[in-house]
Design a protein around this ligand. Sequence first.
Ligand code: BG6
Length: 487
Amino acid sequence: MKTNFPEDFLWGGAIAASQADGAYLQGGKGLDTQDLRFFRPELSQKERTDRKNSRFNKETFNKALNDTNPKLENYPFRHGIDFYNRYLEDIELFAELGIKVFRTSINWARIFPNGDDAMPNEEGIQFYINLFDACQKRGIKVFATILHYNIPLNLLTTYGGWRNRKLVDFYVKYVEVLFDRLGDYVDYWLPFNEINAGKFSPYNGVCVVPDGEPELENTIFQCIHHQFIANAMTVKLAKKMLSGSKVGAMIARFTTYPATSRPEDMMQSILDDQYSNWFYLDVMARGYYPEYMDRYFKQANINIKMEPGDLELLKENTVNFVSFSYYFSLVSTTDQGWERTSGNLIMANKNPHLKSSEWGWQMDPLGLRITLNQVYDRYRLPIIIAENGLGAHDQLENGTVNDDYRIDYLKTHVEAMREAIIDGVDLIGYTMWGFIDIVSCGSMEMSKRYGVIYVDQDDYGNGTLERYKKKSFYWYKKCIETNGEVL
Ligand code: BG6
């Protein structure tokens, strides 16, 4: 029986290109879909968190697309935290922190600026060689997300995003270049960040601008099918082109409990779990469309177009590990009047037994142990927690932040991970989300900070971009040094 974290446990940190890199037109990069998302200073924090306001519709999308005089500060993803130009100093800090693995995403528009270019952009490839080489030299493994929401803008405006099967071909060409040129530097590959995002956040997940879409749900499932095919093709290519690196599946995990002991609520929690979580991992880890979705598709009149050979491809190319982001849990109920709260790009049913973060996300460390047990029990594959952390307002004072609230959050979640390991779960890694402060994905704010490293920049892009170590930096460093013994 295991009693603690394994010796080679992958303690790490995670970020994503669009939220960190900036330099949106440097090095030959093309515009990507996330470059268009803009910050709305006229809204209060609460309004910004409201899903209605944070999502694109046709009008807001066109406004950004036709903005002839874009101000950098209005488009936070265009400047990020300037990681593109500062990565070397940042990696020094990561090495001092002691992380064993660094998760970041590759920006497709740096490799193929328009997505359909005949040849890749050498400068873009070189950037990732330099970045990953710097990690390797400091003994930090690389966990690369191939697609974290942003595709080259041209693939949306010319081809319609993931609804077009051609995206699979463009994606495969992109992956071939990555495996060929970066294969020696990457230890773990993730074809898609949160592949269930298409359903709860269509612009991010499948690059569809929702308004005016006649059969939106059908379109979304068609897009997701294309992503499943792209995922299976990635696994297939990895078997052919790589030795050693592993390819995984990832979802945003929405762990849910029945709101009451009414059987109706229990049934609802099973359905919510199937529709929001299991469906995606079942396809990628078990290799088939699960039967419970046949019923759902029939009821909702969803017809997915498949090509000959699709189902065999899915079956023969399942992933090597599973991973998920975990920030909070929610409850399931058939009671339409149940109180609601915010969650990761969704609105969720409130659990009266849990405390919420400043952004309304319900904190539930025990839920992480429950989740790990559920996921491992179902797939019996190694697990990496790809994202977890607390978004909070921080106060920089005398060059540091006394973020005991963050330490509490992380400590209780690491304890839950240890318990799950003792339960027998094959948990191999943990990449804390936004371990260096980055721009929030949901609300585009800089002031929603997750990091153990503070970045001096406000919501309007003002600041020196200097990095500072928070109190949690020293806490995490100790945690890693002692392999989770001292928390
Ligand atoms: C995950 C995304 O859904 O949640 C990240 O993969 C995102 O990109 C993270 O940043 C936290 O969400 P937010 O809205 O607080 O940045």
